[in-house]
Design a protein around this ligand. Sequence first.
Ligand SMILES: Cc1cc2nc3c(=O)[nH]c(=O)nc-3n(C[C@H](O)[C@H](O)[C@H](O)COP(=O)(O)OP(=O)(O)OC[C@H]3O[C@@H](n4cnc5c(N)ncnc54)[C@H](O)[C@@H]3O)c2cc1C
Length: 578
Amino acid sequence: MTDLSRRHLIKTAALVAGAGAGAGVSASTLAQSAPAFSAGSEGQSQGRHFARITADGSDVRALSLQQGFNRRWFAGNCEVIYLCYDTEGVAAALDEVIQRYGRRFSIKSGGHCYENFVFNPKIKAIIDTSALDQMLHTDHGYTLGAGCSNWDTHVWLLREGLCLPAGSCYSVGLGGHICGGGFGLLSRLHGLTVDWLSAVTLVVLEKDGTPAIKTVSKHSADADERDLFWAHTGGGGGNFGVITAYHFETLPKAPEAALIGNLAWQWADVDSARLGALLDVFAELSNDAPREFFGLFNLNHISAGGQFNLVYQIVSSEDIPVERLNAASRSIERQMTDIAAPVASVAPIIGQMCWLGQAPAKSKNIHTYYEALQQLNGSGPNQRSKYKSAYMKKAFPSDQVEKIHHWLTTQPDDIAPDDTAQTLVQVDSYGGAVNDVDGTDTAIAHRESIMKLQYQSYWVQNRSEPGDKDDRTGRALVRWLNDSYADIYSEYGGVPDPSSDPTGTVDGCYYNYPDIELSRPPRSIHDAMALYFKQNFKPDSKQSLDDSFAPKERHLMTIKNRWDPGRYFVHGQSIPFE
Ligand SMILES: Cc1cc2nc3c(=O)[nH]c(=O)nc-3n(C[C@H](O)[C@H](O)[C@H](O)COP(=O)(O)OP(=O)(O)OC[C@H]3O[C@@H](n4cnc5c(N)ncnc54)[C@H](O)[C@@H]3O)c2cc1C
């Protein structure tokens, strides 16, 4: 470690101790105990703050740390990966990175970013927080290291009798996931993960690049620190500093059991009108069904065995005890199957959170909650992929249903059926407890939607290796996904822009599902930010035409300016400066 690093550590240690002064009880306590909370198990046992992993072929670990979950993204020119073991390690690593590489670095936790914000040819160094994997239960609540995976977190919390309404895909890292919102199968029941967040420990950079450790919370005495906390309730990763730990004063009780059901239909039996009827019922369920219900309506491309399917979960609760789960599922099943007769799933079920095998017609089983976590924890195989998103406040207009039906039941001329077989429009339930929170209380602005759509395409590029560019098929699939999306939202300018929608149907996009097309010319980064954050982006943000929110005091762009004065934290869709 350099002398300068040591000096900075002394400074940051002082900041940690000072951060709590005058703050509310919980903020103060969290701040004082933050460094111990965020130590990773490996580094702690070895007494090291970080490991410097050189990507020159001399260290077998480097290659694995240069590629994301999405095989499209590779940091081919990265020279060093700083594997950090505690908050001080992050501060020291950042110090060295800024001196050696300036702004050409990125931050990584689980490596699941949809776009190349972490792994790209421009960056020379990666601050890797995946070893900050400690989870602690203290007198003040629960602390989850930024490097914990979804799976480890869910299992650890279940041992405590608790749960987190986060995503279920096992390998996603909390570092990027929580600060972007953290939505999952329990979100209709318990809201978003950020709705439970109490404080965040992170390392920020002063204008001259000096690292400073902060624990910020909604109780912080300093208004700027309260703003910084708010920015972490949906403002997303790679924007304000390096997060080392998330703190929760309380968390909801875990369910005891869950019913997981699957209904599959043949595209051959479902014309556009029937698809519209099924989607209408799904929209009603998302709006009105008991909050224990969550549905993943996977509208696959017809090449996926000619079928599409609804996977749904109903968790037990005080209102729906285990013995009533079957009864609770009956009306859901009936409403959907009255429209079109379901069949057995012949093809593997694909889509985020639910990579499952084949299933008999109307399959339905009650699982222990642990088993349910295992059932619906699929991240899918490591492949190449492209994603897009859309929030919806109302049921699908008929023209959108017709277009979705057309795109999903037509084989593109330039792509073979085997290559489109992992392409789908996934319609997830939303709303419920998510919408109990005001759209300005957290940085997540989307608090009126009842469904969240995710356009996904996965493909295998045969005979490829890390760093290979997309081949012709990959490029065609990305184009197909972009074209279908632009067509489906053509009446709003090709994106689900609430400020162009007088009917109040669409409501923008999810920042944790980033899509680089949203900021490509003729659109700008400001246009993309308006879709991701609506009124929370900047003071004169475009809002929904029917927006009822009061003018906001907090804006992500203002907070970005305040907390990243040296403009160090920049990626392909980072929050822009004023
Ligand atoms: C298979 C799969 C399933 C998913 N399922 C869900 C889901 O169910 N619900 C949902 O809401 N989202 C889901 N997502 C999206 C996911 O929430 C985002 O991709 C998230 O940003 C991933 O976080 P990560 O740490 O794994 O990724 P990374 O690629 O490591 O990071 C993502 C972003 O966060 C930044 N970042 C990472 N760590 C830190 C840190 N410690 N401090 C500051 N910034 C950091 C990165 O720089 C980058 O900009 C899924 C993604 C995948 C690939």
